[in-house]
Design a protein around this ligand. Structure first.
Ligand code: HEC
Length: 170
């Protein structure tokens, strides 16, 4: 990342120098002024293209890191929630077909609710704990009947990503 920035800087410096040099030659020269001006702009244009692609490459790198870091997929999480995970038989989420249960609390606003359940605990950490050890905190007004360990591994990451994702407007 730092090397890319240094290379970028060097390229920009070289380009500015080349541009000024070709401009200078053009202005001083008696003949062919316009051709040298055009030359200068061509150099600048090619340079800008190189810079743009370098910036694109840097952006691509960062995006790749981000994608690599976020392991959960909200789409897969929703499919798991109403399918294999069985969460939808106990939990309702507005606008999600199959998520209609009433044994557990509705999870439509769980992203906000989870952040307030335990002081100092993030929403992600609280939902994670709710999966692995549901009785660590029993939501007020509900029985401690949620089975632990329904979601593990990739399913756990996906269902957390799904529960934290913004709900579409109804
Ligand atoms: C047998 C019914 C049942 C199933 C299946 C079930 N839950 Fe629960 N869940 C509950 C109940 C009851 C509670 C509230 C009591 C508690 O906190 O333990 C709860 C609590 C939660 C909470 C905390 C809610 C809050 O407001 O604090 C989350 C998050 C949650 N469940 C997610 C899930 C997910 C994800 C699945 C599927 C992998 C799932 N549950 C499957 C019954 C269920």
């Amino acid at each position: 990342m730092e090397t890319t920035v240094m290379v970028l800087g060097a390229v920009i410096l070289l380009l500015v120098a080349a541009f000024l040099a070709s401009l200078g030659l053009g202005i001083i020269g008696e003949s062919g002024i316009s051709i040298r001006w055009i030359g200068g702009f061509v150099v600048l244009g090619v340079g800008l293209a190189v810079i743009a692609s370098l910036i694109g490459a840097v952006g691509g790198e960062e995006q790749g890191v981000q994608q690599g870091g976020a392991t959960g997929s909200p789409e897969r999480g929703q499919a798991f929630f109403v399918g294999q995970g069985g969460c939808g038989t106990c939990h309702a989420i507005d606008g999600v077909p199959g998520a209609v249960g009433t044994i557990g609390p509705p999870l439509t606003d769980i992203a906000e609710v989870a952040a307030t359940r335990k002081p100092g605990m993030t929403a992600d950490a609280y939902i994670r704990e709710s999966e692995q050890n549901p009785n660590a905190f029993v939501a007020p007004g509900f029985q401690a009947v949620m089975p632990p360990g329904l979601a593990t591994g990739q399913n756990l990451e996906d269902v957390i990503a799904f529960l934290l994702a913004p709900r579409p407007e109804p």
